[in-house]
Write a protein that binds this ligand. Structure first.
Ligand code: C2E
Ligand code: MG
Ligand code: MG
Length: 562
């Protein structure tokens, strides 16, 4: 059966065009086991079927003598159309002269009436499809090998071609699988490909009831263009259910962003980029699997574009200001200021205060974060130097190293150059790397961390427990400090499970001889609980919010008086 299938595991579609019902039925019966069959009773009906947005025929079986529009005209029209030209045509006739004429016009083969040998007819269809698929360069790049859907290039070419003929409202959908990388990491690439191929099948299945086309845009991102539907939530839930079962992984999660296309407004690529921002908005969230792009998102996109455009001015004009949040050692008789974390703020001349939660993820998406981080590292290093000179002691400052910096081959050299510039040692400026960077590329992270530690840098694992990494990671990455994610601290006194998890992390950290920093401590009760568990360091509003350098100095002075 496999040879009759498309790469996506779907049956190929064949259009049978004949005005005589008996002929249609005869041919249909011969081919329907192997192909998905559609029928048309004359040339006009055939053209209508071929012009549907979901036309994906592999072959046309065409009678020549028909009312309304005859077979010759169908051949002529198909040849004149860029997309339809790719579909091979077999003409069905009882006249020799008609055979010759149709082949001259571009038909691929002919079958003579009356039809007597089903095996011969099936073999001819098969051969012609094979030939046409093997022959055409367009067809060779038409399908994405992994998912069986169109390739991105073909998808947009095809979409643009069918837009002028589109007679319904349509949606652009971007679909993505959260945590897909886990499949590759846990079960290998082959299994990853199998899951992607299954996604292709699910999407093709969806398109069998809605007119539309789809492609795999990149890794686990799919684009779908289809007739508008009120709501996709139910469809997405069903797909999600099947996918989780197929992949035997409950942690996989489908999400889709939908954009209602406005014909003639923008290029189709812009529709999909809006659908993608809608899709990104629900990344990692529980609740709805789908969301539609709306005005609020539009304004967000415009806002984000503005931030991206303003970044260089912000660096040059020193609009980025580094705040410092103290970390206190809590195991002695009284809490002692031990170090600080450098946290960036953007004081924009027109937009005012912008929190890092707003622009850091944005700049991580486009790599601009590297410039921002470099700026923060230099500012922090300069500050450590100034405090050393003023107070005669080093207040170590941790800086955040984005997941994107991990891929910078110059990372280590840049950091070392900054230390040299301000005459600091690697002990003075610690590096916070978020746990979720491990999920991006564990091997690379281990390599970078090892190399940085060899140069003497101290590595703090930030947001520990927030991501999807396993405890196993702790044995693979040598770290110097573990920063427990704020969420646990917040829930610790409310639910017992979180409390026990915090205890467990303390135990493991103790076993590995790695000190723990608890982030986001706001209340005395939390502080006491943590102290009793043996937690070493605490950072949070209980002691102080992040402060501008000048105000942080007051804390240092207070400490010096003690
Ligand atoms: P993070 O590195 O985990 O930083 C801790 C965040 O928790 C900070 O948020 C801090 O203000 C906040 N926080 C501290 N104590 C408390 C508390 O008691 N309660 C509550 N509710 N929050 C507390 P902030 O400054 O908004 O930064 C958010 C995130 O942005 C940071 O999380 C970090 O991932 C990122 N970030 C900040 N500055 C930089 C930077 O210079 N470079 C990079 N790459 N990322 C940065
Ligand atoms: Mg941090
Ligand atoms: Mg953190």
């Amino acid at each position: 059966m496999k040879k009759f299938m498309t790469a996506g595991g779907m049956k190929r579609r064949v259009l049978i065009v004949d005005d005589e019902m008996i002929n249609r039925e005869l041919l249909g019966a011969m081919l329907s086991q192997s192909y998905e069959i559609s029928f048309a009773a004359d040339g006009q009906e055939a053209m209508d079927a071929l012009m549907q947005p979901d036309t994906d025929y592999s072959l046309i079986l065409l009678d020549l003598m028909m009312p309304v529009m005859n077979g010759f005209e169908v051949i002529e029209r198909c040849r004149a159309d860029e997309a339809l030209r790719q579909i091979p045509i077999i003409v069905m006739t009882s006249e020799k002269s008609a055979e010759v004429r149709s082949i001259r016009m571009g038909a691929a083969d002919f079958i003579t009436k009356p039809y007597d040998m089903p095996e011969v007819i099936l073999a001819r269809c098969e051969r012609i499809i094979e030939l046409s698929e093997g022959e055409s360069i367009i067809r060779s790049t038409e399908r994405d090998k992994v998912s069986g859907l169109y390739t991105r290039g073909y998808f947009f070419a095809y979409l643009k071609q069918m837009l002028p003929r589109l007679d319904t409202q349509a949606d652009a959908i971007v679909m993505n699988i959260d945590r897909f990388h886990l499949i590759n990491e846990l079960f290998g690439r082959e299994e990853g490909d199998r899951v992607l191929s299954y996604c292709g099948e699910l999407i093709s299945e969806m398109l069998s009831s809605t007119r539309g086309i789809a492609c795999r845009s990149e890794s686990d991102t799919f684009f779908i263009f289809c007739e508008r539907q009120e709501d996709y939530e139910h469809t997405a839930e069903q797909m999600q259910e099947k996918l989780a079962e197929f992949a035997r992984s409950r942690s996989l999660r489908l999400r889709a962003g939908v954009y209602s296309c406005e014909m003639g407004s923008d290029e189709p690529e812009a529709w999909f980029s809006r659908a993608k921002s809608a899709c990104d908005r629900i990344r990692g969230q529980y609740g709805s699997l789908t969301t539609r792009y709306n005005n609020e998102l539009y304004e967000r996109t415009v806002f984000h574009e503005r931030l991206i455009g303003d970044i260089q001015d912000a660096i040059d004009g020193r609009q980025f200001v580094v705040y410092y949040q103290p970390k206190y050692r809590i195991q002695g008789d009284r809490p002692v200021l031990s170090s600080a974390e450098a946290l960036i703020r953007w004081i924009h001349p027109e937009l005012g205060f912008i929190s890092p939660g707003e622009f850091i993820p944005l700049f991580e998406q486009n790599g601009l974060i590297r410039r921002v981080d470099h700026y923060v590292w230099r500012e922090a290093a300069a500050q450590i130097g100034r405090w050393r000179d003023r107070f005669g002691r080093i207040i170590p400052v941790s800086v955040n190293v984005s997941r994107v910096d991990i891929f910078d081959p110059e990372l280590e050299n840049k950091l070392c150059a900054i230390l040299d510039e301000f005459k600091l040692s690697p002990d003075d400026m610690m590096l916070e790397i978020t746990e979720s960077a491990y999920a991006d590329n564990g091997d690379r992270l281990i390599e970078v961390v090892n190399s940085l530690r060899n140069r003497g840098f101290k590595i703090e694992m930030d947001d520990f427990g927030s991501g999807y990494s396993s405890l196993n990671m702790l044995t693979e990455i040598p770290i110097d400090v573990l920063k427990l994610d704020m969420k646990f601290i917040r829930r610790m006194l409310i639910d017992d499970k979180s409390l026990r998890l915090v205890e467990l992390v303390m135990d493991i950290a103790g076993y590995l001889e790695v000190p723990v920093v608890a982030e986001g401590v706001e209340e005395e009760k939390q502080l006491n609980t943590l102290r009793n568990m043996g937690c070493d360091l605490v950072q949070g509003y209980y002691f102080s919010p992040p402060l501008p350098a000048q105000r942080f100095e007051e804390l240092i002075k207070k400490e010096c008086e003690c």
